[in-house]
Design a protein around this ligand. Structure first.
Ligand code: SF4
Length: 486
């Protein structure tokens, strides 16, 4: 802990570590991220990770430290200086750990203008005193303290120094000029950019850095944009590292907190028991797609499945049980999703439901003749009942037999335009179906959603209209479902 850090700073951290990890085995068993968390503020996090690794090595030896300098140096994070300090202080070994304090005292006692590297050898001359050999730990710590509190770098307090009678530098009046400083080259300067993505509660997105290298394993702001957004300049941060200085430009964006709504795609999960709906509602489910491909106990699907021996129609729309399911979903505040249902099922669900129904991921059949899309009669019924169709971005729902590369956000906007022109801006949204093959060439993931927004802007949609398309209409339906609960 004391490497490059003064004792007064380290003491509270040392106490925290002893409280958290009273035994070496406790530190060894700790999560390294927790260890680095306790270390936060001390810097040089490689020390924290080495401390943790060292504890694991010692714990593997039964919690006993080796008692020789050579064996201590085999432990992670322990170099010659630390091995000598532990050897002298903990085991009374006749060795001298030479740190900056001892180098400075040595240079002054002998009035040495020698390079720093030569001072360690001369420090050993002081150590040859029998009294020093008899108590190497006390001797080392006495020199540490002498250097830190009396023989300080800039203003040595010679009148208070017990070694003053033997000090050549004091006698020559040159104490403050020693040891001579080597001219250091200037630190290189680096620059970079980080991205601060905040949500509406003020939380900031942080990523964990790779385990090795600068600030290895620590949480940090991303160095590339974590999302497509209108980033704005939030100023710069300067930081001085040991070997370089750094200026970071901070780009910031405040995003709204994303919401995740539990839903069920396929009423097959309901089975034949309405009580399941109560359970689903209690777990937060807010819409259920009545069918998927293939008929179920609720009703006929748009696409029967021959390998399940599905006939073209089982019930002519909703089954009797399906009628009850729709009514019970209304009672529980669960929206009725008619994507995937047969046209007959859809129209009967519209008539049966007390709450506007919803097509979570379908397109316009007039533009693309696919069984999963809604024709004009269905759109009219949906609109008249106050419902919403979410245009999906599955390529062959947008254009007949099209592949992803053939389709763009312009095709999605064509379907939105059609719905808006036929039943109004309050009845359309977007249902990507990313988990079901939804993608077009310029909208493959949510980071590319701004491409669609840009297309809508280009077509003259206002901010308010785009807000309705991007979720506003769906939120209206969710509120309607909540308000209609029995
Ligand atoms: S006399 Fe002065 S220069 Fe010499 S060791 Fe003591 S404090 Fe340092």
């Amino acid at each position: 802990m004391l490497q490059q850090t003064v004792v007064a700073t380290v003491i509270p951290y040392f106490c925290k570590f002893l409280m958290a990890y009273p035994r070496i085995q406790d530190l060894a068993a700790a999560n390294v991220e927790d260890v680095c968390g306790l270390w936060a503020g001390l810097g040089y996090y490689a020390r924290a990770r080495n401390l943790h690794k060292c504890a694991q090595a010692v714990a593997a030896r039964g919690g006993v430290f080796p008692a020789s300098v050579e064996a201590l140096m085999e432990l992670p994070g322990i170099g010659p200086y630390t091995a000598r300090a532990v050897g002298a202080i903990a085991f009374g070994l006749p060795v001298l750990p030479v740190d900056g304090n001892i180098e400075r005292v040595t240079a002054r006692i002998f009035a040495l203008a020698a390079p720093k590297a030569a001072l360690g050898a001369r420090a050993a001359d002081l150590f040859h005193d029998p009294a020093a050999h008899a108590a190497p730990g006390d001797y080392a710590q006495a020199l540490f303290d002498l250097g830190a509190t009396v023989c300080t770098p800039k203003s040595p307090d010679c009148p208070a120094c017990p070694w003053r009678p033997h000090c050549a530098a004091h006698a020559q009046g040159i104490a403050a000029s020693l040891p001579q400083k080597s001219r250091k080259p200037g630190k290189p300067h680096r620059t970079g950019t980080v991205y601060a993505l905040l949500d509406d509660s003020g939380d900031v997105l942080l990523l964990r850095r790779p385990p090795h290298g600068l600030l290895g394993g620590m949480l940090a702001l991303p160095e590339s944009p974590p999302a497509a957004a209108a980033w704005s300049d939030a100023g710069t941060v300067d930081h001085i590292f040991t070997h370089f200085t750094l200026t970071l430009s901070v780009q910031a964006y405040a995003a709204r907190r994303p919401g995740i709504i539990p839903v069920i795609e396929n009423g097959y999960a309901v089975g034949t028991d309405l009580a399941n709906l109560t359970d689903f509602a209690a777990h937060g489910v807010r819409y259920i797609t009545l069918t998927h491909n293939g008929h179920n106990a609720i009703g006929d699907a748009a696409i029967p499945l021959p390998h399940y021996d599905d006939p073209p129609s089982l019930y002519g729309g909703l089954s009797d049980f399906g009628q009850d399911v729709v009514a019970r979903m209304n009672d529980l505040g669960i929206l009725v999703d008619i994507s995937h249902t047969a046209k007959t099922t859809m129209l009967q669900a519209v008539a049966r439901s007390r709450v506007p129904v919803f097509a979570s991921h379908s397109c316009v059949r007039a533009l693309c003749d696919h069984k999963r899309n809604l024709d004009d009669e269905q759109l009219d019924a949906l609109g008249a009942a106050g419902g919403v169709i979410h245009i999906t971005i599955v390529s062959n729902f947008l254009r007949p037999r099209a592949r992803t590369a053939d389709v763009s956000v312009a095709d999605i906007a064509d379907h939105i335009d059609y719905v808006v022109n036929r039943i109004g801006i309050d009845h359309v949204g977007i249902g990507t179906d990313f988990d079901g093959g939804g993608e077009v060439r310029d909208f493959r993931n949510i980071a590319q959603a701004p491409n669609l927004t840009a297309e809508l802007v280009r077509r003259g949609y206002s901010h308010d209209h785009i807000a309705k398309i991007w979720g506003g209409n769906f939120l209206r339906l969710l509120r309607a479902a909540e308000a209609a609960k029995a």
